[in-house]
Ligand binder design. Sequence first.
Ligand SMILES: [Zn+2]
Length: 81
Amino acid sequence: MVLGNFEEEVPTAAQLEAAVDAMAMIAARHGVPPERIAGHKDHSGQTVCPGRNLARFLENGWFRARVEARAGPLTSRHKPP
Ligand SMILES: [Zn+2]
Protein backbone atom coordinates (compact mmCIF):
# COMPACT_ATOMS: atom_id res chain seq x y z
CA MET A 1 0.00 0.00 0.00
CA VAL A 2 2.51 2.64 1.12
CA LEU A 3 6.07 2.12 2.26
CA GLY A 4 8.25 4.76 3.88
CA ASN A 5 9.12 6.51 7.10
CA PHE A 6 6.35 9.08 7.30
CA GLU A 7 7.72 10.53 10.47
CA GLU A 8 10.40 11.95 8.16
CA GLU A 9 9.05 11.79 4.60
CA VAL A 10 5.91 13.34 3.14
CA PRO A 11 3.73 10.93 1.11
CA THR A 12 3.42 11.67 -2.61
CA ALA A 13 0.04 12.34 -4.24
CA ALA A 14 0.36 8.98 -6.01
CA GLN A 15 0.94 7.18 -2.69
CA LEU A 16 -2.09 8.88 -1.16
CA GLU A 17 -4.31 7.98 -4.12
CA ALA A 18 -3.04 4.38 -4.07
CA ALA A 19 -3.89 4.21 -0.37
CA VAL A 20 -7.40 5.53 -1.09
CA ASP A 21 -7.82 2.89 -3.83
CA ALA A 22 -6.77 0.10 -1.49
CA MET A 23 -8.92 1.37 1.39
CA ALA A 24 -11.98 1.77 -0.84
CA MET A 25 -11.56 -1.74 -2.25
CA ILE A 26 -11.04 -3.36 1.15
CA ALA A 27 -13.80 -1.33 2.80
CA ALA A 28 -16.29 -2.24 0.07
CA ARG A 29 -15.36 -5.92 0.17
CA HIS A 30 -15.69 -6.18 3.93
CA GLY A 31 -18.46 -3.63 4.45
CA VAL A 32 -16.31 -1.33 6.58
CA PRO A 33 -17.85 2.13 7.00
CA PRO A 34 -15.39 4.99 6.28
CA GLU A 35 -15.61 6.30 9.85
CA ARG A 36 -13.94 3.06 10.99
CA ILE A 37 -10.75 3.84 9.01
CA ALA A 38 -7.93 4.33 11.52
CA GLY A 39 -4.17 4.15 11.81
CA HIS A 40 -2.03 1.33 13.17
CA LYS A 41 -1.07 3.49 16.15
CA ASP A 42 -4.75 3.88 17.03
CA HIS A 43 -4.69 0.18 17.90
CA SER A 44 -1.24 -0.11 19.49
CA GLY A 45 0.76 2.00 21.90
CA GLN A 46 3.95 0.35 20.59
CA THR A 47 4.16 2.23 17.28
CA VAL A 48 3.88 5.69 15.74
CA CYS A 49 2.94 3.94 12.48
CA PRO A 50 1.79 5.27 9.97
CA GLY A 51 3.87 8.32 10.94
CA ARG A 52 2.75 11.88 11.49
CA ASN A 53 2.94 12.94 7.83
CA LEU A 54 0.49 10.20 6.87
CA ALA A 55 -1.56 10.17 10.10
CA ARG A 56 -2.40 13.82 9.42
CA PHE A 57 -4.61 12.67 6.51
CA LEU A 58 -6.41 10.25 8.82
CA GLU A 59 -6.85 12.77 11.61
CA ASN A 60 -8.25 15.56 9.42
CA GLY A 61 -10.74 13.18 7.78
CA TRP A 62 -9.18 13.40 4.30
CA PHE A 63 -8.92 9.62 3.84
CA ARG A 64 -12.48 9.03 5.05
CA ALA A 65 -13.85 11.67 2.68
CA ARG A 66 -11.84 10.36 -0.30
CA VAL A 67 -12.79 6.74 0.37
CA GLU A 68 -16.45 7.70 0.71
CA ALA A 69 -16.30 9.66 -2.55
CA ARG A 70 -14.63 6.74 -4.31
CA ALA A 71 -16.70 3.89 -2.92
CA GLY A 72 -20.05 5.54 -2.25
CA PRO A 73 -22.02 4.90 0.92
CA LEU A 74 -20.46 1.57 1.80
CA THR A 75 -22.98 0.51 4.36
CA SER A 76 -25.77 0.60 1.74
CA ARG A 77 -23.87 -1.87 -0.46
CA HIS A 78 -25.06 -4.77 1.60
CA LYS A 79 -28.71 -3.75 1.49
CA PRO A 80 -30.97 -4.39 -1.47
CA PRO A 81 -31.53 -1.27 -3.65
ZN1 LIG B 1 1.68 -0.20 10.73
